[in-house]
Design a protein around this ligand. Sequence first.
Ligand code: ATP
Length: 242
Amino acid sequence: MTVISANNRSAPWAGEKPGVEARPIGVLGGTFDPIHDGHLRPALELLETLELAEVRFVPCRIPAHRGAPQVTAEQRLTLVRLATVGQPGFVTDDRELQREGPSYMVDTLTSLRDELGADTPLCLILGSDAFRELHTWRRWEVLSDLAHLVVMERPGILQPLPPLLEAFAAPRTIEGAVELRRRPAGGILFQPVTQLAISATQIRALLARGRSPRYLLPEAVLAHIHDRALYRSPLSPTSLTS
Ligand code: ATP
């Protein structure tokens, strides 16, 4: 297992001993096909607002709940690393690329628990769109035994929760960062973040049409996409430079 620390500088509060009252570790899983500012800005806000020790970006190898990504897992990992390097507290974690088969979050959280021990608070971070689908994830009921769930509101997700999830969330809902530190797992926090209507789908579509996704994702990520001619459709104009 290689955890690529994207930045040698830790968050200013990192380094505390794990245990109850330790600063929680955030885990943001995704396809990251590609990573964009809609992932990065909310993650930074959670790092600071919830006083997380770090946010681990965990790209999946094979997404369990959607079609195949357009670029390889290694390429998506490289894009995540480029996006997170230089930001204290952001860490790229490649554990899902080391496992065979589809990437299930329950396996990822179990492996993090094995590594970090039972007492360190873990926060699984997910957008409100992903949370609405939680009941379709493998062994979804045990996810909150392994970690807290932190749900970031995402633009355009207005419908109420499915009743099954509503019943799951109601008794677990907590109000703030302090609660996340009191126990290692089990709470669900609905946390407002800056609403950025950016999606990887939109970025792939722009690139495929030869249009620029600039300012929707970090410059270093865009430069790498252009260098390697990623996300080009055969019809893309070749003259695109930014
Ligand atoms: P795609 O458009 O290909 O479905 P995506 O932009 O939703 O991709 P993912 O890698 O699937 O990106 O998302 C990883 C996690 O980040 C998910 O929990 C998702 O809900 C969340 N997320 C993605 N974009 C945003 C955004 N703009 N605001 C808040 N959360 C987001």
